[in-house]
Design a protein around this ligand. Structure first.
Ligand code: ADP
Ligand code: ADP
Length: 225
């Protein structure tokens, strides 16, 4: 079954076709990567699914529900950004607990669930620190934890490792893959890094000039020199 279905979805800004009409289906549990150069429409496609951008045409179905005009917070998805977007005045624990507090989850349950994801990302020992006291890699793991703590069926990640150095990036690629395998969450991942896409994805969607140029599994995809 499909987690996401785009039917003829496009986006035009003033005089720029950021995205020509695309059809795209993402299966439940799949790890799909949008790969392409800067300006090819990757973020636009992701932001359309997220509900941060309204489509100029087409229909967006998420988990069997027409989501075309649903606000972001009703789409049942989590997002991870390049700049972590953690709240600086809150501790690590409070940052991760925040989406549960917003959903009025009882305190004891919050403690249990935040503890569980801190174990999962192996950062229980920094629960009471603030984001600025942590490394970039740790901060990115916390923003991942904040995302998975409320069990979204779908996670969208826009260049989440872009701010990290090469070694940390490779470590985090494995971490994200491990979480995907363990939790079975559907992942849509945006990168312009070909190696990253090849390492992580079940399927790569290659974008160029606001269109889907080709798509396939990493071993069947044909890259132009
Ligand atoms: P990326 O390549 O990672 O998508 P960009 O620098 O292209 O980053 O875009 C950063 C932000 O600026 C995005 O939110 C995008 O929607 C917005 N943006 C990009 N191009 C334009 C533009 N020509 N006019 C206004 N906003 C833009
Ligand atoms: P990518 O994520 O692949 O870098 P984007 O989706 O950010 O590509 O951008 C696709 C095209 O749409 C680019 O030409 C960009 O400048 C343009 N664009 C993106 N956001 C905006 C915006 N808010 N206003 C105007 N143009 C935009």
């Amino acid at each position: 079954p499909a987690m996401v279905e785009l039917q003829g979805v496009s986006k035009r800004y003033a005089d720029v076709d950021a995205l020509h009409p695309v059809d795209l289906t993402i299966a439940k549990g799949e790890f799909v990567t949008l790969l392409g150069p800067s300006g090819s429409g990757k973020s636009t496609l992701l932001n359309l699914i997220a509900g941060m951008v309204a489509p100029s045409s087409g229909r967006i179905v998420i988990d069997g529900r027409d989501a075309t005009t649903l606000p972001t917070n009703q789409r049942g998805l989590g997002m991870v950004f390049q700049n972590y977007a953690l709240m600086p005045h809150m501790t690590v624990f409070e940052n991760i607990a925040f989406p549960l507090q917003v959903r009025k989850v009882p305190k004891a349950e919050i403690r249990r669930r935040v503890g569980a994801v801190l174990d999962l990302i192996q950062l229980g020992h920094v629960a009471n620190r603030r984001p600025r006291e942590l490394s970039g890699g740790q901060q990115q793991r916390i923003s991942l934890a904040r995302c998975i703590v409320y069990n979204p069926a779908l996670i969208l990640m826009d260049e989440p490792l872009g701010a990290l150095d090469k070694k940390l990036r490779e470590q985090m690629q494995l971490e994200i893959k491990r979480l995907h395998a363990e939790l079975g969450i559907t992942m849509l991942y945006v990168t312009h890094d070909q190696d990253e896409a090849l390492t992580m994805s079940d399927r790569i969607v290659l974008m160029n000039g606001g269109r889907i140029e080709q798509q396939g599994t990493p071993d069947t995809l044909y890259f132009r020199p």
